[in-house]
Design a protein. Sequence first.
Length: 232
Amino acid sequence: MSWNTTRFELGNSAHGDEYVFVDVPVEDMNVAPESRYSISKKALAALRRFVDPLVETTYEKQYTIINFSSDWAEGIYNAREKLPEWIDRFSISLTNEVRLHGEIRDKDRHRYTGRAYEMVQVIMVDWLWMLFPTGLIIISIYYLSHTIIRGARDGISVWKSDSLPMLFCRIDASILAKVGDGMDVPNGLDVAVGNVNVCLLREDDGDWVFKPIESESSSSSSSSSSSESDSE
């Protein structure tokens, strides 16, 4: 399919004098949207200078002998009965030549029909998972505050959650006496003092001592007895 409806436009800052093809059937000729097809006035003039000498030919016929001035004259003569079809084929051949060897006005500008995609970085945030660590932090802060407040109210020493201070606590002499040579035999300590219940008490001099619970109760009772005797 060909299209020959054009409109002449004077040159400006964007293009020179040229003939623009107008009202081109978009669907029939697969024309891209916003596309502009044209041929410059200079190119058309050059084409005319090339074609005019070719079509201005002569031939001489004497009986059955015909002499042509050029191959073009013979071609036109042979196509005289279907000259419009020959002109159409000639026009198509010129169009194909322009398509194959024509120069793009702006090589960096291309237009395509269809949908375009672009790769971009997108951060998707799942707010439910963001709330999970936030909730853990809030619960941890609440638990720490609650532990501090309860510990302050109960009078619990701050070091009682650590095992290192136990190295500086003494053991009551009665417990050490029961050990004997239990350190030298297997499971000797378990046999000697494994069933002794102890408690951690602070003496008057400030030292912390592991004492048997029986001695604590006896000392408490003896202290109570002495207090009663003093009161009498």
